[in-house]
Ligand binder design. Structure first.
Ligand SMILES: [Zn+2]
Length: 283
């Protein structure tokens, strides 16, 4: 997971601008709830720490829920809060960031970390809006399990563990098969590991990385051939280790780091078995 800088926004100014641009009936409802919304903004990090203790300010009030959700449309192009949306995307794009959830695709959507249908008071809170890719946005959806208290990792507030957890198993037979898995290291507490597992499960990351890995490696067979012909298996091994080190700069658990670490240690793959990649089905 990629850590992103928190958006640099004046949350109250965003809220007041939104309220000033609403129809009188919605504005009245929102003005009546303004203190509650500001308090909820102040509680945001506490909610992230233990969501089981919090229910939405709008819980049970359809009128307030509707009024709060209506603010979000003001972020659309040409609307008063377009600048809020743009500033969040600009921060991600200026760092050439991939989607913080899958670390693969380009960002193109805003995800409400605490889903707006469960916590409409955070519908336009910049800290709750994370730039993500289309796939992750769709898969995460309204995910917010208050029963077990396990939230996914928050790109602005959570540090993803930097202990090795993601492993790749390589099997070279008629084809090269690649399988990702998570291992619970002793240094990681159960709660944190539960969040990691949840993230992988909801975003379908094992299968996603497996497919991405096959596609990436298949493109490199000619490069492996040249390296192997000139420098033998030790040459190929060092090339793969260098690729692993490069990927580790993005994080020890980056899917490419786990992939190249495993490949560089696989004797069969490095002694010509990589050619079996061409026989690997793409799904
Ligand atoms: Zn993604």
């Amino acid at each position: 997971m990629i850590r992103l800088p928190r958006p640099d926004r004046d949350h109250l100014a965003d809220l007041d601008l939104a309220m000033s641009r609403r129809r009188p009936s919605s504005r009245r409802v929102l003005l009546g709830a303004r203190t509650g919304i500001i308090n909820a903004y102040g509680d945001y990090e506490d909610v992230l720490r233990d969501i089981r203790q919090f229910t939405s300010l709008a819980n049970g009030s359809e009128v307030l829920t509707k009024a709060l959700l209506g603010n979000y449309a003001l972020l659309d192009r040409g609307r008063p809060l377009e600048d809020l949306r743009n500033s969040i995307f600009l921060t991600a794009l200026s760092r050439n960031s991939r989607c913080p959830l899958c670390e693969r695709a380009q960002v193109c959507a805003l995800d409400h970390f605490l889903p707006k249908n469960h916590f409409p008071e955070y519908a336009i809170l910049a800290d709750n809006l994370i730039p993500v890719c289309e796939r992750c946005n769709r898969l995460k959806g309204d995910e917010c399990d208050r029963a077990d208290g396990l939230l996914m990792f928050h790109a602005y507030f959570d540090e993803f563990p930097d202990t090795e957890m993601l492993f790749t198993e390589i099997d070279v037979n008629d084809t090269v098969s690649i399988r990702y898995s998570l291992h619970h290291a002793d240094e990681i507490d159960d709660f944190t590991f539960g969040r990691v597992e949840k993230q992988f499960e909801i975003l379908g990351l094992f299968d996603f990385y497996q497919m991405e890995a096959v596609a990436e490696l298949t493109d490199q067979v000619d490069l492996y051939d040249e390296t192997y012909d000139s420098f033998g298996d030790s040459g190929l091994r060092s090339t793969l280790s260098a690729l692993a080190r490069g990927a580790e700069r993005k994080g020890i658990n980056h899917w490419k780091a786990a992939l190249y670490r495993a490949l560089s240690r696989n004797a069969e793959f490095c002694s010509g078995g990589y050619r079996k990649l061409l026989a690997t089905p793409m799904s």
